[in-house]
Design a protein. Structure first.
Length: 108
């Protein structure tokens, strides 16, 4: 299982590194940092405060979870904001968001 995660991290980060950047690196960095912050806050409150993940108890933090959080999330966030059609019509923006929502749901 960890090998699959490592291969996926390598694929997504390679795409992120070699994609043509349409926006500034500072915008990508800011968005990735904000996405990681929101993810940590949402997971912390959902699991600790609201007991949303009550169906299992976590006794230790797994390395694969950290690999996903720091290896896949930043790359996907950078790809999404870089390929978003900012100057297009509303329906292209809508289908871009729907497409990424379908991809992320299927990926999970």
């Amino acid at each position: 299982m960890k090998w699959i995660v490592i291969i996926i991290i390598l694929i997504f980060n390679t795409i992120t590194i070699f994609m043509r950047k349409r926006i500034r690196i500072s915008e990508i960095y800011t968005t990735v940092t904000f996405a990681l912050l929101i993810d940590v806050i949402a997971d912390t409150y959902a699991s600790a405060r609201f007991k949303a993940w009550e169906f299992f108890s976590v006794e230790k933090i797994e390395l694969s979870a950290l690999l996903i959080i720091f290896g896949i999330y930043p790359a996907i966030a950078a790809i999404i904001i870089n390929w978003y059609p900012y100057q297009s019509l509303w329906w292209k923006k809508f289908f871009c968001l729907i497409g990424w929502a379908i991809f992320s749901t299927a990926y999970e």
